[in-house]
Design a protein around this ligand. Structure first.
Ligand code: PMV
Length: 325
């Protein structure tokens, strides 16, 4: 009963921020994302009568068993499979965790698929997405392939992610500029709890349906300029809400700000690139593949950028035979 899964992280074009049901992780609004080819988590899960307790190891470090979200997630799997065995879980990320690169999305998607398979369950993509959502909201979007919509839904069964288009649908890239490897002070799970304290929360809810509709239309038309403009404004709206929540959430560093300004300048000079940012300091630059080289030339000249990660649209979570133990 050992299984291994690989799952991608994802970048949201229309963001998930705030829950209408904390326990089930039902979001305040629908969101749209793209899976990322170069940020992924590999997880092996084994349930066995030989294990006396659950053990979780992430990137070589053993997790404590207290209020552990991974163990709570294993409990969900055990309940579904009617299983009482303890589990050994080993996880590896190919990127730094806790810095705003959505390791909880890839992490919980991989844990869901590996856990379900190790428990001998056969679930549909929709059922896997519903289960992953309960571990970490954005993880439900790392289950299906390519360009994805997470339906908000008012019940657990109606809030899941589905693929809008496969990875090869549109040749756009997410070039991530890592401006600092610092871990964020407030996790997205914690930060989201303050959303209703922002005076802009109600405004966001009043037009988010329209935004989802529009971004889906622009995706369909592959209208990069309008798409880029919309997703950049959306990222700034998300951060306006974070900045005006009580307590306020400031995720940007000086490098984030400098790069945002540069992107705007590059656009004036003719390079069609747009940014989006999650809970963290790093910038996701969204660009058409044909403009990758000029963008990389500019990024490589910037001293404060520590690392550049180029992502193509990717498939969702997959099983593999390459176990980690
Ligand atoms: O799934 P969580 O709790 O890590 O929240 C993700 C929140 C954002 O990354 C800011 C937005 C999103 O939709 O991915």
């Amino acid at each position: 009963m050992k299984s291994t899964a690989v799952a991608p992280s994802n970048i949201a074009f229309i963001k998930y921020w705030g829950k209408k049901n904390e326990q089930l992780r039902l979001p305040e609004n629908a969101s749209i994302s793209m899976n990322l080819s170069n940020l992924f988590t590999t997880t092996t899960v084994e349930f066995s009568a030989n294990y006396k307790e659950d053990s979780i190891e992430i990137d070589g470090i053993k997790e404590s068993n207290g209020e552990n979200r991974a163990i709570q997630h294993l409990d969900r799997v055990r309940k579904m499979a009617n299983l009482s065995f303890k589990a050994k879980v080993v996880t590896k990320n190919n990127f730094p965790v806790g810095t705003g690169l959505s390791s909880s999305a890839s992490g919980f998607a991989a844990l869901t698929l590996a856990g379900v398979s190790a428990a001998g369950l056969k679930l549909s993509e929709k059922e896997l997405s519903i289960l992953a959502r309960q571990g970490s909201g954005s993880a439900c979007r790392s289950i299906p392939d390519g360009f994805v919509e997470w339906l908000d839904g008012s019940t657990s069964d109606t809030s899941y992610a589905l693929s809008l288009y496969p990875p090869n649908y549109w040749d756009i890239l997410d070039v991530i500029a890592i401006v600092s490897a610092e871990k964020k002070d407030v996790s997205s799970t914690e930060g989201q709890k303050f959303i209703t304290s922002s005076p802009f929360f109600k405004t966001r809810l009043s037009h988010i349906g329209e935004k989802i509709f529009l971004v889906k239309r622009l995706l369909k038309e592959k209208n990069f300029l309008k798409f880029g403009k919309l997703i950049e404004a959306e990222a700034l709206e998300l951060h306006a809400i974070m900045l005006t929540s009580q307590p306020s959430l400031i995720y940007w560093t000086s490098g984030t700000l400098e790069l945002m300004k540069l992107v705007k300048r590059w656009r004036v000079k003719g390079l069609s690139v747009y940014f989006t940012i999650n809970t963290g300091q790093d910038i996701h630059l969204i660009i058409e593949n044909k403009n990758l080289d000029p963008l990389l030339r500019k990024l490589r000249e910037i001293k404060f950028i520590q690392k550049i990660v180029i992502n193509r649209p990717s498939v969702g979570a997959r099983l593999t035979h390459e176990h980690l133990f």
